[in-house]
Design a binder for this molecule. Structure first.
Ligand SMILES: Cc1ncc(COP(=O)(O)O)c(C=O)c1O
Length: 447
């Protein structure tokens, strides 16, 4: 049984839903959630195979995190950011034990978007005396929804807000994406042309303050970089006196099988941003962590940034408990499940003609659907999405929901990123429904 129309009518009349035509929004009412499952008002139960928006890393109903928030609420729910609190110090110390060790000072905001806004403002302020203010980002990226972070964003969402108009101070370059290489080359013969192109642009543009990148491109397809890419862009930025900002909003906090994705390549960015997993979505907290040379700069220069809810105690309490959970058993579970997870994705590719590519790292995966596997032509494009044309991934997601599995979809792929506490049996259940759902796209393959 589904939630009744009456149930949801006032919500759809009175509130907005994100990134959608409002008329198309017909939400289920969700009433409870536990572990890897959530339940709607009709009593139907769904296995969460995408951790909602790749953020519920600890699953739902985690007692330790909930208790920590309650305890903090009783003790001190809010205080202005200019005061010190025990919880602020506690979380900062815990972060220092897990984050790349050059990142020694933290700014706490409330969303990934805010974390990136802070990062680019910090990069500009730090470089102001050198008259460097441009920020380079990659196409095929997502960095947030506000005007600044949307300028960083390479995907089509910019079109809906600024009609692809680029504001001064922002430059975008071709991304790493071996499956759809923008240079039409093959790794490793390409000699990392995508990274070398970055250096060319840095040199041609001049006055570049920073480069921001997703160590593993998230929403736009879980694109794991080829070996050498992350190291090479670190070298290039260092050699050209440009800051490197790693946007770990989706990849941070164990999603990829390491505390942070940059650890896979032993790279230390100058600034690292995180959100989502930092509290496993139990409270809205984000992190902008900076290298000592940057924090030193602000000893004598104004840190011109802030929010009322910076370092909010309730959110920090959630982060403190979440970090304990990751450390005690969750990171181990990701390492335990990741090869099985990758194998299940590979099996989908081998079996289904509509699956063009599967990519994964840790418990972070994507299934890309192509109507022509040979030519790598996706079923739908960003323009189809903007025009509201039917999307094959929507049909797949609907089938999955009707069979008790939730999937987050995007243009012509869906993301498989279950809570990091997931068991082997739950993975089996999720993949078996995905396997059935893919019969839908198989029927529409043209070649
Ligand atoms: C890599 C990345 N950066 C930034 C953001 C923006 O985060 P938020 O939605 O919390 O503002 C997202 C959100 O999905 C993201 O995936």
């Amino acid at each position: 049984m589904k939630s009744s129309i009456e149930d949801i009518k006032s919500t759809t009349e009175n509130t907005f839903v994100t990134w959608s035509r409002q008329r198309d929004w017909h939400p289920l009412k969700i009433v409870s959630a536990e572990g890897c499952y959530f339940k709607d008002s009709g009593g139907n139960k769904y296995l969460d195979m995408s951790s909602q928006l790749m953020c519920s890393n600890l699953g739902h109903g985690n007692k330790r995190v909930i208790e920590a928030i309650k305890k903090q609420a009783d003790k001190l729910a809010y205080i202005a950011p200019s005061f010190d609190t025990d919880i602020r110090e506690e979380v900062s110390q815990k972060l220092k034990s897990i984050i790349p060790d050059n990142l020694t000072k933290f700014f706490y905001g409330t969303s990934g978007t805010e974390a990136n806004e802070a990062a680019i403002k910090i990069a500009r302020m730090y470089n102001s005396k050198k008259n460097k203010n441009k920020i380079i980002s990659f196409y095929n990226s997502y960095h947030g929804s506000t005007l600044g972070s949307l300028q960083l964003t390479g995907d089509f969402r910019r079109k809906l807000v600024d009609n692809y108009e680029t504001a001064p101070g922002f430059v975008r370059v071709a991304p790493q994406f071996c499956y759809h290489c923008p240079f039409g080359l093959k790794y490793p013969e390409c000699n990392l042309a995508c990274a070398e192109n970055l250096e060319y642009i840095i040199k041609q543009e001049g006055n570049i303050a920073a480069v921001i990148f997703e160590p593993v491109t998230g929403t736009n397809g879980v694109v794991v970089p080829p070996d050498g890419f992350v190291k090479r862009i670190r070298e290039i930025t260092e050699e050209n006196d440009v800051l490197l900002i790693a946007d770990e909003v989706m990849t941070g906090f164990c999603r990829t099988g390491e505390w942070f994705a940059v650890n896979h390549w032993n790279v230390k960015p100058d600034i690292l941003t995180a959100a989502k997993g930092i509290t496993a979505a139990y409270a809205p907290l984000s992190l902008t962590a900076v290298d000592r040379k940057i924090s030193d700069y602000f000893e004598d220069n104004i840190f011109a940034h802030g929010h009322t809810y910076e370092a909010h105690p309730l959110m920090l309490a959630a982060a403190s408990a979440a970090i304990d959970e990751y450390r005690d058993y969750v990171l181990d579970n990701v390492k335990k499940q990741e090869s099985f997870f990758a194998k299940k994705l590979q099996e989908l590719k081998e079996k289904h003609p509509s699956v063009g590519d599967v990519r994964s790292i840790g418990l972070f995966g994507a299934v890309e659907l192509n109507k022509d596997r040979e030519k790598r032509i996706p079923f739908t494009t960003a323009d189809d999405k903007i025009a509201g044309r039917p999307q094959i991934v929507a049909k797949i997601a609907k089938y999955a929901m009707d069979h008790g599995v939730y999937l987050s979809t995007w243009i012509s792929h869906f993301i498989v990123a279950p809570p990091l506490i997931i068991s082997r049996e739950e993975l089996e259940q999720g993949f078996s429904v995905i396997d059935e759902a893919l019969e839908i796209s198989d029927k529409e393959v043209i070649k």
